[in-house]
Write a protein that binds this ligand. Structure first.
Ligand SMILES: C[S@@+](CC[C@H](N)C(=O)[O-])C[C@H]1O[C@@H](n2cnc3c(N)ncnc32)[C@H](O)[C@@H]1O
Length: 271
């Protein structure tokens, strides 16, 4: 059984029966922040690229979207869609499928999508409930240009994939070790110097860093590529890009320098 998943199960169980243990988790975040500052001199996290510099024509309708737990936020999915438009025949790789919202959205634009997530067997062995397992691939299972792979991303043999990728989205195991392994692997899977890697949950919120994820990104990233890592403003994402963007260090709290237009409508499914 996967050791990380067992650890995660233990932590969740402990938090349910002993909520004060949350402090231990938070202290870990504090320790790892110190580690990042000591090792990389990044007191405020990664430098930030303005989302409108990265995606100047940003205008995306996000569908499907469940507004349920665990999905990327609409702005994160909008960034993925906008980035996919930069490639004529975009090849997209994702780690972490969940309900399939991010991959289903990108599949409208990309030519080919591959989404790797724990298999049903791995989730069962990790003690995850039938309901938890059932939601996987809800939105993505029937898309013809999405290939699903049920496997732990840490142990998957990536040489089995026939493609290299333009756009890679890392959104699987968010522990330090998990992000580090997925990051190392992602750098072996980029197609060329126009390829980008996007990490979800670099931000704890839109203006706060999730230091354990940042530490995993930095330690997993080849040393000569670290200067190409950025936060994308107004999102929870970090990006690796070799393109030349203006970036700046943002301090909390920011005065808004743009306004988004958000229009929401919904339609019930006949299940
Ligand atoms: C945050 S959700 C992904 C959300 C999805 N990308 C979206 O935006 O709609 C994380 C997913 O990663 C999967 N996962 C967690 N650890 C994993 C691992 N080691 N290997 C593969 N998948 C993993 C979980 O089962 C879950 O489906």
């Amino acid at each position: 059984m996967n050791k990380l998943l067992i650890d995660l199960y233990r932590v969740l169980k402990k938090l349910v029966f002993y909520p004060k243990a949350l402090r231990e988790v938070l202290n870990f975040e504090g320790d790892i922040k110190d580690y990042v500052i000591r090792s990389y001199n990044l007191d405020c996290g990664l430098p930030t690229i303005d989302i409108l510099h990265l995606c100047p024509n940003l205008n995306e309708a996000i569908t499907p979207f469940s507004f349920l737990e665990g999905a990327s936020t609409p702005i994160d999915i909008a960034v993925l869609r906008a980035l996919a438009r930069n490639y004529k025949h975009c090849k997209y790789l994702e780690i972490g499928t969940w309900r399939g919202e991010s991959v289903a959205n990108v599949s409208e634009i990309a030519e080919k999508c591959v989404s790797i997530s724990l298999s049903v067997d791995e989730m069962r062995k990790a003690g995850l409930s039938t309901d938890f397992i059932k939601v996987h691939r809800f939105f993505s299972n029937s898309s013809p240009n999405i290939k699903h792979i049920g496997h732990n991303s840490h142990t998957f043999d990536y040489s089995l994939l026939e493609d290299k990728f333009d756009l890679i989205f890392i959104d699987g195991d968010h522990t330090y070790e998990g992000v580090k392994i997925d990051t190392k692997n992602a750098f072996t899977l980029v197609k060329d110097n126009k390829s980008v890697i996007v990490w979800h949950d670099y931000g704890l919120s839109f203006e706060r860093v999730r230091w354990s994820v940042l530490a995993g990104i930095l330690d997993g990233c080849p040393e000569d590529k670290r200067q190409n890592l950025y936060h994308i403003s107004n999102s929870l994402c970090a990006i690796y890009t070799q393109a030349d963007y203006k970036s700046s260090v943002l301090n909390f709290p920011q005065l808004p320098n743009k306004s988004f237009n958000v229009q929401i409508s919904a339609k019930r499914f006949d299940l």
